[in-house]
Design a binder for this molecule. Structure first.
Ligand SMILES: NC(=O)c1ccc[n+]([C@@H]2O[C@H](COP(=O)([O-])OP(=O)(O)OC[C@H]3O[C@@H](n4cnc5c(N)ncnc54)[C@H](O)[C@@H]3O)[C@@H](O)[C@H]2O)c1
Ligand SMILES: O=c1ccn([C@@H]2O[C@H](COP(=O)(O)OP(=O)(O)O[C@H]3O[C@H](CO)[C@@H](O)[C@H](O)[C@H]3O)[C@@H](O)[C@H]2O)c(=O)[nH]1
Length: 462
């Protein structure tokens, strides 16, 4: 089937940017992105997009109103489409069987039911959401059981590998596009239709095709391997602090080994983001479900190490500040889970602030992209009371306001602007001794010390 009309269910961090890129690269295909959240759709249709990504606005504006549309009118968009991307959320289940580990597939299921209800022509359904292996079979069952027309459905798996903050360049020049399909003539024809869409801008040798289950599983495994590297280097950061080694030097030394490679070896206060923890826990649950407890334990330890990295950072602050931060002002630089995004989901900053507030510290937070409402919402969600937020949390408009009168300062996101801080000014603004905790190891430790700070950086021995 030659694809002429695409519909996408879900206008979030994945649906919006990926569909904008497809529309920009395939001017002959009409792309409609749907969501039932009116405010989100309105934002995609406005000058202030709901997702901040470098270069995204230009891509959206190049196609919006031509062959890229954002709407809450979901049913007509499904009915008109040849191919439907499912880009809905798949959060960790918070209730019932598998709570805290398994993926909550309710949005996937309701999307499948809606597609079956509305469709009266043949459709290719593409799982772009991250899902447990074998989900395609559940979608196929729901579609067949609820099909009231002669329409046929082919389900493909096409996981998304973009990273936030670099989404546009990742989509424009992907390491690979992965597409899994059924090993039948119809399945392979559907797969070829989607290959042709991507081939508009991605070289064919970077479009990998597999069976459905390999594609679904590969997404979870890719994230598990990436997160495992961070937990591995973070475990070594603790050893570096204890021994006098420097974790950046260790990363550089081991990264020169072509079998290890240099990427994803930056020690930090802990990985965040909506994907890593969720997807590893999903893998853990799959291992448990298939009777593989040793494999489950192995992958769970990646999350355990990450939790420890966050809590030992807070402990370091409290111990260094003479065992109490009660009533002390701690400047927090960065709240997003990484630089160049306004996303805070699972950000290490949330846990660090929660734990400091539990010690009765005053946290003065600055992030260039994260607004006050998001910070308050995130802290409420992890159990900080409204009363504590009113009394212990302040959100300010620049790093110097955060530093003014602070006992300590902690960098939690690696925003470029923090590398260019006016250190003498920061030092003058703070109470003395001025404690500096570099949770991202972004500033030269020696320069901080020379300036007069009592400085600590993740993974740097004294
Ligand atoms: N965020 C990332 O960087 C990233 C990268 C790769 C993969 N993923 C995966 O992609 C999926 C989506 O992630 P996200 O970050 O875009 O989530 P998100 O929460 O930002 O967006 C999901 C959207 O889907 C909408 N939705 C739910 N059911 C719908 C329906 N039936 N019809 C229309 N809209 C519906 C929701 O209202 C929401 O706006 C997840 O499975 C995630 O694991 C995310
Ligand atoms: O060396 C590193 C690299 C990353 N991080 C942290 O790890 C987290 C995740 O970073 P990153 O992977 O760059 O961003 P995500 O947007 O979460 O992207 C991951 O998760 C997506 C959702 O599944 C996948 O599509 C991407 O391929 C995968 O990189 C962030 O908190 C980073 O600060 C480190 O601490 N050290």
């Amino acid at each position: 089937m030659k694809i002429k009309t695409i519909c996408c269910l879900g206008a979030g961090y994945v649906g919006g940017p990926t569909m904008a890129m497809i529309a920009a690269k395939c001017p002959k295909i009409q792309v409609t992105v749907c969501d039932f959240i009116q405010a989100r759709i309105d934002a995609w249709n406005s000058d202030t997009l709901p997702v901040y990504e470098p270069g995204l606005k230009e891509v959206v504006e190049s196609a919006r109103g031509e062959n890229l549309h954002f709407t809450t009118k979901i049913k007509p968009a499904i009915a008109a489409a040849d191919l439907i991307f499912v880009c809905v959320g798949t959060p960790t289940k918070s209730y019932g069987i598998g709570a805290g580990r398994a993926a909550d597939l309710r949005y996937i299921e309701s999307a499948a039911r809606l597609i079956a209800e509305v469709s009266d022509s043949d459709k290719i359904i593409v799982e772009k959401s991250t899902i447990p292996v074998k989900t395609a079979s559940a979608i196929q069952t729901i579609l067949s059981a609820n099909n009231t027309s002669e329409a046929t459905f082919q389900v493909l798996s096409n996981p998304e590998f973009l990273a936030e903050g670099t989404a546009v360049s990742d989509m424009e020049n992907p390491d690979r596009i992965l597409i899994g399909g059924e090993q039948t003539p119809e399945g392979q024809a559907a797969l070829e239709s989607l290959v042709e869409v991507y081939a508009n801008w991605v070289p064919r040798d970077r479009i990998i095709t597999t069976n459905l289950w390999s594609s679904e599983l590969s997404k979870l495994v890719a994230n598990a391997f990436l997160a495992q590297r961070i937990s591995s280097i973070n475990s070594i950061s603790a050893l570096c602090e204890a021994t006098g080694a420097d974790v950046d030097e260790v990363s550089r030394a081991i990264g020169y080994d072509s079998r290890i490679g240099p990427k994803f070896l930056k020690a930090s206060v802990g990985f965040g983001g909506s994907c890593f923890q969720k997807d590893i826990l999903n893998l853990v649950y799959l291992c448990e479900s298939f009777g593989l407890p040793e494999a489950a334990d192995y992958w769970r330890s990646v999350v355990t190490m990450n939790d420890w990295q966050k809590s030992r950072f807070v402990e370091k602050i409290v111990r260094t500040l003479f065992n109490t931060v009660s009533g002390k002002r701690i400047a927090i630089l960065g709240f997003a889970f990484k630089k160049d995004t306004n996303d805070t989901r699972e950000s290490a900053a949330i846990n660090v602030c929660r734990d400091l507030i539990a010690e009765n510290a005053q946290v003065i937070i600055y992030d260039p992209r994260v607004p006050l409402e998001t910070i308050h919402r995130d802290l409420l969600e992890v159990g900080v009371s409204q009363n504590a937020i009113n009394q212990n949390v302040k959100v300010v408009a620049d790093p110097y306001q955060a530093a003014a009168g602070a006992h300590a300062l902690a960098t939690l996101t690696e925003w470029d602007e923090f590398r260019e801080l006016d250190l003498p000014r920061v030092y003058d603004l703070m109470l003395k001794p001025a404690f500096f905790f570099d949770g991202r190891a972004i500033l030269p430790l020696e320069a901080l010390k020379k300036q007069g700070f009592e400085a600590f950086a993740i993974g740097k021995g004294r």
